[in-house]
Design a protein. Structure first.
Length: 133
């Protein structure tokens, strides 16, 4: 389950980078059923929620997700190594792992955006089905 969520977040980060590079358009009609409509709804909701001025760091981390994970992991390792070598701590320290907080926060934010977008898409599909009856 966690592995699937990670792949979904990675795909969403790539889609965000494509949408931001392409001028912010979504990937098709939002009311279409099936996976294409769901994907378009998720992409549109992501762009909508991350379009604010204060969300620029989140957009940057989202576009550079893999690099951010690598950089945060290296900084964790280096921080823990320096703390151990200077004698400030005897073993692994939680201070080194603070570098992972921003990347984890962006991943959780993407997951929350995806859940809200899927709920909106399902509600829209249910409303369309109710109108047809």
């Amino acid at each position: 389950m966690a592995r699937t969520t990670g792949h979904d977040t990675e795909a969403q980060a790539r889609a965000l980078a494509d949408d931001l590079a392409g001028g912010g358009g979504s990937a098709g009609p939002l009311s279409a059923g099936g996976p294409a409509g769901r994907e378009a709804a998720v992409r549109a909701a992501t762009l909508e929620e991350l379009s604010g001025r204060w969300d620029a760091p989140v957009r940057w981390l989202g576009r550079n997700r893999t690099g951010a994970w690598v950089a945060a992991s290296l900084l964790c390792f280096l921080t823990n190594t320096v703390l151990r070598q200077t004698g400030l701590v005897d073993s692994l320290s939680l201070w080194g792992f603070l570098w992972l907080v921003p990347v984890l926060w962006v991943d959780r934010r993407f997951a929350a955006v995806r859940k809200r977008a899927e709920a909106r898409h399902l509600a829209r599909l249910e409303a369309e089905l109710a109108e047809r009856r």
